[in-house]
Design a protein around this ligand. Structure first.
Ligand SMILES: NC(=O)c1ccc[n+]([C@@H]2O[C@H](COP(=O)([O-])OP(=O)(O)OC[C@H]3O[C@@H](n4cnc5c(N)ncnc54)[C@H](O)[C@@H]3O)[C@@H](O)[C@H]2O)c1
Length: 249
């Protein structure tokens, strides 16, 4: 479905981003895997190449403007275009607001929100020239409702939501769409770092979702690929929940 399309996925060395990069490549896409984690990022690309897929790794600290500019420039030079940008990378810090340092706040905002501004800035320049493109941002149910105990993270995701809607409105005239996905708890390394590996705790968290299970990276990647495809050509400015019904309660 994505033959000859160039796709950038940030934070693609792990979790949701990794699965998304794999799924795009399996469907014929030319994928730029961007991450600060060189070891796991190059492993993802090596595996894709050994399966005959087209992929490159670009080491990127997404909080640094020059790195983001470089990522989009290398992708354009290598693949000749940028069709899809998936702003996926993010971190979670659960320090309560009354104890949070300015450094922690800045790290969250820079990684979860500034990175999406920076990658969008340089991707948009190519997409505007082509009068075509799709941007998909990783939001969260925390961008829709206040997930308890992670106020600063929720605040960044609220920003992601409004960035997405604003991109959709401002760039529709260039035939560029922007949407975001809002997962509840997904079984990834980020979740392991936050709630641990204890099966009983995971089961308890799974019960928060009406469907009774945690989400998988595949669940989220499926939604991202749909939003990147022509099947969603009339959808822009949307926030697609991938939450097992969590926000329907
Ligand atoms: N896992 C969940 O339950 C969940 C729920 C809702 C939303 N999300 C969102 O989905 C996205 C992906 O989450 P995940 O669970 O796959 O996380 P993950 O921790 O498994 O992967 C995140 C990746 O981002 C990379 N990264 C972090 N900071 C970076 C930086 N400055 N520069 C470059 N790369 C950087 C990491 O190296 C890692 O490879 C995030 O935006 C997260 O907020 C996750």
């Amino acid at each position: 479905m994505f033959e000859n399309r160039a796709i950038v996925v940030t934070g693609a060395a792990s979790g949701i981003g990794k699965q998304t990069a794999i799924d795009f490549a399996r469907q014929g896409g030319m994928v730029a895997v961007a991450d600060i984690d060189e070891k796991n990022g190059t492993d993802v690309v090596a595996k894709l190449k050994s399966d005959g897929r087209d992929a490159i790794f670009v080491k990127t600290d997404l909080t640094v403007e020059a790195d983001c500019e470089n990522l989009l420039a290398i992708t354009t030079t290598t693949f000749g275009r940028i069709d899809v940008l998936v702003n996926n990378a993010g971190i979670e810090i659960s320090t309560p607001i009354h104890e949070m340092s300015v450094d922690e706040w800045d790290r969250l905002v820079d990684t979860n929100l500034k990175s999406m501004f920076l990658c969008s800035k340089y991707a948009l320049r190519e997409m505007m020239k082509a009068t075509s493109g799709v941007i998909i941002n990783l939001c969260s149910v925390g961008g829709l409702v206040a997930w308890p105990g992670i106020a600063a993270y929720n605040a960044t995701k609220g920003g992601v939501m409004m960035l997405t809607k604003s991109l959709a409105v401002d760039y529709a005239k260039y035939n560029i769409r922007a949407n975001c996905v809002c997962p509840s708890i997904i079984d990834t390394p980020m979740t392991d770092a936050s709630i641990g590996h204890d099966a009983a705790v995971k089961e308890q968290k799974a019960k928060l979702n009406p469907v009774g299970r945690l989400g998988t990276p595949e669940d989220v990647a499926n939604a991202i690929l749909f939003l990147a495809s022509d099947a969603s050509s009339f959808i822009t400015g949307a926030a697609l929940t991938v939450d097992g019904g969590y926000t329907a309660l």
